[in-house]
Design a protein around this ligand. Sequence first.
Ligand code: APR
Length: 241
Amino acid sequence: MRHKNIVILTGAGISKESGIDTFRDRGGIWSKVKVENVATPQAYERDPSTVQNFYNERRNNLLDTSIKPNAAHFALAKLEREWPGNVAVVTQNIDNLHEAAGTKNLIHMHGELLKARCANCGLVLGWEKPLGEGEKCPDCHQKTLRPHVVWFGEMPLMMDTIDQLLSDCNLFLSIGTSGNVYPASGFVQVANSCGSHTVEINLEPSEGASLFKESKYGVATKLVPDFVDTLISNQQASLSI
Ligand code: APR
């Protein structure tokens, strides 16, 4: 099998056609609010209610019934079901659309909008209500619940597992990310150094476009299902030889 183990990195672009804003496109989130005011530990220390409200609004949007997985999310879940090797999705996104589409082997390296974390005892729990309104941690009973989201200056989650996945993969696919934020933007170099084939699928060339061996530009809901179907049919064809 040409590509036994597959690692797929996703970014905000894969959720764009589901109605969730990206960060750096025209009109994106960072064109409306400053990172340093809502997505750093210093901002939370200085002005917790502004930070909590920023995530309360995004959590509310995500819970709107109009927000659903799109064809790209479903295609990755199909690949996981039908691929004979290992398929792992590592997402920078904090939405729950990969899970909602059926992906099981999933790492949220930047955390999850529908979870809260206790800054005092470390408990992580599912959370769909607003935060910052005096709610208490169910374990330590302190009023220290924050979004379970990785802020700038904090360490992304599960990096050891991600490094191992990248070392073992034969195909690295990057979908819908501008390649602006490290360490995710460096994954393609790790995959290249381990001899993996590397493919970028994005609306336009990312910051790291030149590092990929193959690239496809256009909308994820068209390119990702096509890519997955071709991968699976080529695999089936090679088996029938
Ligand atoms: N299909 C495919 N790609 C798309 C689509 C689409 N329909 N729409 C937009 N894109 C692409 C854009 O061209 C852009 O390159 O998705 C990319 C989104 O880039 P960003 O907005 O920078 O989002 P992302 O790369 O996920 O940001 C990484 O930065 O702010 C932090 O924590 C935040 O996880 C985020 C990280």
